[in-house]
Design a binder for this molecule. Sequence first.
Ligand code: IPM
Ligand code: MG
Length: 354
Amino acid sequence: MKIAVLAGDGIGPEIIAQALKVLRVLADDGLKIELEEAPFGGAGYDAEGDPLPARTLALAKAADAVLCGAVGGPKYDALPRPQRPEQGILRIRKELGLFANLRPAVLYPELVGASSLKPEVVSGLDIMILRELTGDIYFGEPRGRGENASGEREGYDTMRYSESEIRRIVEIGFQTAKKRSNKLCSVDKENVLETSRFWREIVVDVARKYPDVALTHMYVDNAAMQLVRNPRQFDVIVTGNMFGDILSDEASMLTGSIGMLPSASLDANGKGLYEPIHGSAPDIAGKNVANPLATILSSAMMLRYTFNKDEWAYRIEAAVKKVLAEGCRTADIFEDGTRKMGTAEMGDAVVAAL
Ligand code: IPM
Ligand code: MG
């Protein structure tokens, strides 16, 4: 199993180093993996003038899975858009056809105090946000700058979805719901947007194949509100690229820290890119304080979704639960009475628990 490792920028290299420690322990135990690193994001720009250098893309294409840290940083903010680190991640998603983004928001019982919501509202939370990742206003054309009829400058992007793009993500939504509690909530803005009206039509059509799944529809503004009012009403949420971007950040905070949440971005054949949902956190980069658990848990998702190695994934997840139960905490999830530790120490704790 060949894994391309793209550490990226900011805290990326530190957190990836911890996930690699964990994977190497499993390799010593018989998991057959091959790891190869390449520059990506700002690091790609520094090395080759391109956030997704040709050799990095070639490696990612040749690999069975891609493990990513994070990209971006103030150093790159002034670059023209094609050179910005974010373009690296957007292009790799598109190039590899990674249209299905799974973003679980799970609250570990030990972290209930770290959530922004009261324990009685949030304990036991376990949501799966399924975000479409290669369409929508992120990629829609035309986009650009120009002048309107009265000669005023303007900027524009295009929200658009084709039928096949909607069908394939919605199918995965229903299949995911079937594996969990048979509940699917499709989030759109059907009261305003034509794209959303079309989205909803397709969802209703696909639903006919899944009579056992209880389907609901919700406007995205209401969904944002319901997520903080009563998040446990949700099980699987399926939505478009931009709404999913926003709602998944919101949902992450319910779980105590964005530093805890992994993600998987899958193509039609189960190949995937795995990354924490948080960013590169330039303010804490290189300080050994970032939480590596989202990245470690991303490697567990990789073993489960791409390699079908459920037991190995489970071992990683159990080790993470164990260190949390033992009171190990990085700064973002620290509370009185627990043990504060750095990025590397948390990685070592997970290795010890393994
Ligand atoms: C995410 C990020 C990216 C996105 C950025 C870095 C391009 O926010 O993965 O959620 O908007 O998709
Ligand atoms: Mg985001």
